[in-house]
Design a protein around this ligand. Structure first.
Ligand SMILES: Cc1cc2nc3c(=O)[nH]c(=O)nc-3n(C[C@H](O)[C@H](O)[C@H](O)COP(=O)(O)OP(=O)(O)OC[C@H]3O[C@@H](n4cnc5c(N)ncnc54)[C@H](O)[C@@H]3O)c2cc1C
Length: 310
């Protein structure tokens, strides 16, 4: 008979949900005093202890989390700069039209944006602490502190110890049912690479968890698919929302854009074959995300424009 050691728990089924850690790009000076990541309460405490009202701070990365970090600096009284390598903020979720609305709002709030340029180095003063950030276009931005928010990397090191397959870009490889190559082991959330792709939001993680829970309790499992990557941005007073699919995986799709300057923007994607609503992007003073999202997979009503831009 097999006996578990005191600190060992035998299992019939094991679900790995080890999450991820922040990715810090390999730029010179990234370890200087005054460089931070933005993930845990300890990170926030350290940031708060260093922040000086009226002084500049740089956030590296203009995604959802980078904007949240920039807002944190703003609320601490600092002057936040955001550096984003892509041509506009939130490149994963937004197109340039929606980003224009976001840019105007956050600029009015005092964020200084540096898009389309990367971070070359973090530079120190005589005291060895962060003094500035040099961008790849040669711009030097004065900074008392730097917050790296340039993506995440899955915490997948258990994969090696367990002989599980790791994705090319990290993550424990699983299929649509979150099964690893070991039939008793599943992986869900940010540590999982579903068919090689990792997801950094709670909604996909919940769907993976639900699918595995169903399998473990003998119910019909719902395979995980990435057709719905809906997100809402609730910070900085700007309403940004995406719903459904932002590209068509099956057949042709047509786009319709309803734009009004830099105040509001709405784009939808329709199936060319069926005319069904596939997904879309809303930015600024647009209609109810929940109501519009519920129309996905159906032919949109005649008053769609009114719903999008009431
Ligand atoms: C500041 C911040 C704001 C965010 N805001 C949003 C948002 O508005 N909307 C959204 O959708 N998503 C948001 N996210 C992302 C969201 O938090 C993550 O997608 C989600 O938490 C991932 O869940 P998870 O369970 O996979 O990993 P985690 O929540 O990271 O949990 C993994 C846990 O496993 C533990 N662990 C790791 N290795 C081991 C081990 N070997 N043994 C035991 N324990 C281990 C870790 O310590 C951790 O507690 C945000 C993330 C951050 C950091």
């Amino acid at each position: 008979m097999w006996h578990a050691a005191a600190n060992q728990i035998p299992y019939d089924a094991l679900v790995l949900a080890t999450g991820s850690r922040p990715f810090v790009p390999p730029v010179r000076g990234r370890d200087l005093t005054g460089c931070f990541v933005y993930r845990t309460f300890d990170d926030l405490d350290a940031l708060r202890a260093t922040a000086r009202p009226g002084r500049p701070g740089v956030v590296v990365g203009g995604g959802l989390l980078g904007l949240e970090a920039a807002n944190a600096l703003r609320l601490l009284g600092m002057r936040p700069h955001v550096v984003e390598a892509a041509p506009h903020l939130m490149p994963t979720q937004l197109d340039s039209g929606a980003a224009r609305v976001l840019h105007r709002h956050v600029t009015e709030l005092g964020l200084r944006l540096h898009c389309g340029t990367a971070t070359s180095s973090v530079d120190s003063g005589a005291d060895g602490k962060v003094r500035a950030v040099t961008l790849s276009d040669g711009t030097v931005v004065e900074a008392d502190l730097v917050v790296f928010s340039a993506g995440i990397r899955p915490r997948d090191e258990l994969a090696d110890a367990m002989g599980l397959t790791r994705g090319e870009r990290g993550g424990i490889v699983v299929d649509n049912l979150c099964r690893t190559t070991d039939e008793r082991v599943w992986a869900i959330g940010e540590c999982a690479a579903v068919n090689g792709r990792c997801y950094g939001l709670v909604a996909p993680g919940y769907r993976m968890a639900d699918s595995v829970a169903r399998q473990l309790t003998g119910q019909e499992p719902e395979p995980f698919t990435d057709t719905d990557t809906s997100t809402t941005l609730k910070l900085l007073g700007v309403k940004i929302a995406t719903f459904g699919a932002l590209r068509s995986d099956h057949g042709h799709a047509v786009e319709a854009v309803f734009a009004e300057g830099t105040d509001r923007y709405a784009k939808i994607l329709l199936s060319e074959d069926s005319g069904d609503l596939l997904g879309g992007i809303l930015a600024g003073g647009t209609g109810s995300w929940t109501a519009i999202r519920s129309l996905v997979g159906r032919r949109p009503p005649a008053n769609l424009e009114q719903l999008l831009l009431p």
